[in-house]
Design a binder for this molecule. Structure first.
Ligand SMILES: *[C@@H]1O[C@H](CO)[C@@H](O)[C@H](O)[C@H]1NC(C)=O
Length: 186
């Protein structure tokens, strides 16, 4: 009886581990359709375990305008970033790595990122790891199709950030910040 109970608990634990691992990669693999994240986006949330990267003047404080998907499956991002207080365009082409749904781009070091979660027509959450001169940090981004997102989605983003070890005070809500909206097309 006791053994049976232990086996049952073990099975339950294994199931939980599997569910957890699946949640981590929900948007990756065959279910993720990169083509559907194309188009206009707004940066709504930004987080990092190295806060200076996302503060004023930080190289990762970038505001998305548009994502384009190429035939060869590379992703092109059009961003704006403030350099000495001036909104400046930034265009990055990110190539898919040998892993499905993982992308690489050289920008202030070597960056690899994945889409952690998306519903395509509302929000998308990215997780990025930067390696530069032997140092590493994580960056997480929340984009919305509209300028702001529901508190439910923002909470989901915060939960995912915390799961990756990013503390609350390193999670920024950009909706009150100057996101260079006036520099966008149209
Ligand atoms: C994919 O195509 C784009 C646009 O032509 C190009 O900039 C990029 O380098 C290509 N990537 C690969 C891996 O061939």
């Amino acid at each position: 009886m006791k053994l049976l109970l232990m086996l049952l608990l073990l099975a339950l634990e294994l199931t939980l581990v599997c569910v957890h691992a699946e949640g981590e990669t929900s948007a990756r693999g065959k279910n993720f359709n990169p083509k559907k994240i194309e188009g206009k986006w707004y940066s709504v949330g930004l987080a990092s375990d190295k806060r200076e990267m996302i503060e004023e003047g930080g190289s990762m404080r970038v505001f998305v305008e548009d994502i384009d998907v190429f035939e060869n499956s590379s992703l092109a991002f059009k961003f704006h970033t403030k350099i000495n207080g001036v909104c400046t365009g930034l265009y990055l082409v990110c190539d898919e790595t040998e892993k499905d749904g993982e992308y690489f781009v050289e920008y202030d070091g070597r960056n690899k990122f994945t889409v952690l979660d998306t519903d395509y027509d509302g929000y998308v959450i990215f997780h990025l790891r930067n390696v530069n001169k032997g140092e590493t940090f994580q960056l997480m981004e929340l984009y919305g199709r509209k300028q702001d997102l529901s508190s439910k989605i923002k909470e989901k983003f915060a939960e995912l950030c915390k799961k990756h070890g990013i503390v609350e005070e390193n999670i920024l809500d950009l909706t009150e910040a100057d996101r260079c909206l006036q520099a966008r097309d149209g």
